[in-house]
Design a protein around this ligand. Sequence first.
Ligand code: 13P
Ligand code: SF4
Length: 331
Amino acid sequence: MTQTAIPRPVITTDALYERVRHAVPQVEWQASFADDAAAIMALKQTRNAVVLAHNYQTPEIFHGVADVVGDSLALAREAQEVDADVIVLAGVHFMAETAKLLNPSKTVLVPDLEAGCSLAESITAADVRALKAAHPGVPVVTYVNTSADVKAESDICCTSGNAVKVIESLGVERVIMIPDEYLAQNIAAQTGVEVITWPGHCEVHERFTPADIRTIREENPGVVVLAHPECPPEVVAEADLAGSTAQMQAYVEQRQPATLALITECSMSDNLAALHPDVRMVRPCAMCPHMKRSTLVKIRRSLETMTAEVTIDESVAARAREAVEKMLAIR
Ligand code: 13P
Ligand code: SF4
């Protein structure tokens, strides 16, 4: 799984700019980002803090101040390894909750408490209890894009990067797979396991259509199209490959396609383009408003004020942690 640990020496603003120069014009860096980035680097030292950033974070966060970047799975794995007192999770709330579940004694901060997710908001713990009552004995596989309350009602978690392995590890013919209907349908098609699902959707990936991909192909002969499995199955069917954001990155690193279209969130293309300037990116962009709530200004404020701290009631946390740890034990 792709993840990048960036060393944390004290770093000058010029050296910091070197990290982002492929993605951010110098004039924009100086005017909008340099002060906050320098302050964040200093605060990380003072607080003994690390910044974990999801692949959908903007380039000045992703390439500039993050210590670890990756997909949901890599961030959860790395959260287990972190040697720091404070974790700032530049991403959305459920990711910070997962980091907190795995680090109960550390301070986990999220730059904006309102950074939610349409999938996490689509289902409650009571909904899961009702599903279990309707399908007794059927294991519940819960996407990490959920609250700790929902994870606590689940047998095991999964991400888009390991869903096939997680489902196959159960050795059953039927699972309840929540809350992403499209991910569940896409994974069912790969595993042959019957899924009972839930009508949750990612508000970013549900917007793409098969016609979008056909147009991209017409306009860009030879283009390689990679789609996130949160997209509807008919969109995935038009793509060359479906995979998590880390699997997309691994594909580009290994195959270096001449022309590439990523059917996912906008910053993914920006961040990968900076790493692979020779790959021509077609950018069928869809922005996640929740991911975009993280900014350098808010990360700086988080570290200055030590807010917003993520807390989880221990009666919920113990059960939710078990579901996440079971997932992480699958390699
Ligand atoms: P991954 O990075 O795990 O592929 O997930 C994408 C996503 O939408 C996270 O919210
Ligand atoms: Fe949630 Fe979709 Fe945004 Fe990911 S991209 S955080 S799944 S709304």
